[in-house]
Design a protein around this ligand. Structure first.
Ligand SMILES: Cc1cc2nc3c(=O)[nH]c(=O)nc-3n(C[C@H](O)[C@H](O)[C@H](O)COP(=O)(O)OP(=O)(O)OC[C@H]3O[C@@H](n4cnc5c(N)ncnc54)[C@H](O)[C@@H]3O)c2cc1C
Length: 381
């Protein structure tokens, strides 16, 4: 995946709405791989609906876009509460606050897990099923608290999105759903190529047996091999870039471009890329993700500021009009309204109900009630 306009255009041109519906659950299915472009705001969901005129709310793809906006709705209403258990965890279990080395290094001895970790490091992307398997194994079989593992996965994904990622981990862990998500060897065999299969392993068992493990303190599935790989997470871009203060003080119209609004749009004034260091110290990214973001930021802005956004206001001595797009990412969320005279809402296709929806089905009912082209139906993941 490359951070360019032409790669995005190719990704959109390759979308096949009908094939997506039929095959999306298989690791080799016709998923879109739009997620890095959506996360970093190269394109928005409303814009995708315009570019895919045949897409209706009855299509599975629209439904999945709905999931993304649902998670952002919850983030908007709950704020930093999404970083803690949203509901009471499974009773009587002590989860570890450390991600074991054999998981981090992709050498647990279970092909489905080790392949997922290697794919994550090599490509910065994982199919939804691979994410679910990796998360379920980590939380329910190894008894690792979802939060530490979610932070790790978030940093390595090119599409790492705090709402979609952390709330999905909570959904797997049963702190944002009513039951733990579990998978077995048969499920892997159905949805992945042979190299991922795990016959005669700890997951080659029934869902009842897995549920018993998930609801007890038992830890299983540790047969680490010696050879693994590891990838560091970095709390700042690889090469520090700093904005020229003279340029900042000269411009009257400035648009602040953060990492989640990297569309290539026209602007009459200075487009200033901003990297707010305190956020990235809290949520570091892989080198691969930094490259993806910084390459694009350089292409769509005039200058880049890397530092603490609180220092920026003193540099705009002449700016009368400072604009940006709102984001819920901590630090950016609080400081952009202080810096900007014009802060637009981030674009959405579906409503953002005033009262927080506790479930996707409640949220989807709102979406379908607000729309004429959507069927009312129950939801299956
Ligand atoms: C443990 C875990 C962690 C996840 N972390 C992230 C994350 O950090 N960022 C992220 O964007 N998604 C995350 N997801 C959701 C989903 O796995 C990815 O959005 C999807 O796999 C991205 O690939 P794609 O673009 O090919 O998806 P497609 O299947 O082609 O879907 C198209 C778009 O719909 C949205 N979408 C699809 N499925 C979901 C879903 N279940 N939840 C939310 N949005 C969805 C995404 O924006 C995606 O790009 C996570 C899921 C799990 C189980």
């Amino acid at each position: 995946m490359s951070p360019t306009e032409s790669a995005l255009a190719d990704t959109i041109a390759a979308i096949n709405i009908a094939a997506y519906t039929k095959t999306r659950n298989h690791l080799d299915g016709k998923v879109t791989r739009l997620s890095p472009y959506l996360t970093h705001g190269f394109i928005s969901i409303p814009e995708l609906f315009k570019q895919l005129p045949k897409l209706t709310l009855e299509d599975k793809l629209a439904f999945e876009f709905g999931w993304r906006e649902f998670f952002h709705h919850v983030w908007h209403r709950a704020g930093d509460a999404i970083f803690s258990d949203m509901r009471t965890p499974l009773p009587g279990i002590q989860y570890s606050d450390t991600l074991p080395d054999d998981i981090r290094e992709g050498r647990t001895g279970l092909p489905v897990i080790d392949r997922a970790v290697h794919t994550l490091y090599q490509t910065g992307y994982l199919h939804n099923h691979a994410r679910m398997w990796l998360a379920s194994y980590t939380v329910h079989l190894r008894k690792v608290h979802w939060r530490v593992a979610a932070d790790w996965m978030y940093g390595h994904l090119l599409d790492g999105d705090l709402a979609s990622n952390h709330l999905s981990w909570q959904w797997i862990a049963a702190t944002f759903s009513s039951k733990p998500y579990l998978f077995n060897a048969e499920n892997v065999a159905k949805h992945a190529a042979q190299a991922w299969h795990c016959p005669r392993s700890v997951i080659d068992t029934s869902y009842e047996a897995l549920e018993t493990i998930a609801r007890s303190q038992t830890t299983v599935g540790i047969h680490p091999s010696l050879l693994g790989i590891s990838e560091p997470l970095l709390s700042a871009p690889p090469d520090s870039l700093s904005a020229d203060k003279n340029v900042l003080s000269q411009n009257r119209r400035v648009q602040l471009v953060h990492p989640w609004m990297l569309a290539d749009s026209e602007f009459d004034g200075l487009r200033l890329g901003i990297i707010h260091r305190p956020f990235h110290q809290r949520f570091p990214w892989s080198q691969q993700r930094w490259d993806f973001v910084m390459q694009r930021m350089q292409a769509v802005t005039d200058h880049i500021f890397v530092g603490d956004l609180t220092e920026l206001s003193t540099m705009f001595t002449n700016a009368a009009d400072i604009s940006s797009v709102a984001t819920f990412n901590p630090g950016y969320r609080e400081l952009l309204p202080v810096l900007c005279s014009d802060l637009q809402d981030s674009p959405r296709r579906f409503p953002d109900p005033e009262t927080a929806c506790r479930s996707f089905s409640a949220f989807w009912s709102h979406c379908t009630a607000a729309s004429t082209d959507a069927p009312r139906r129950t939801w299956h993941r």
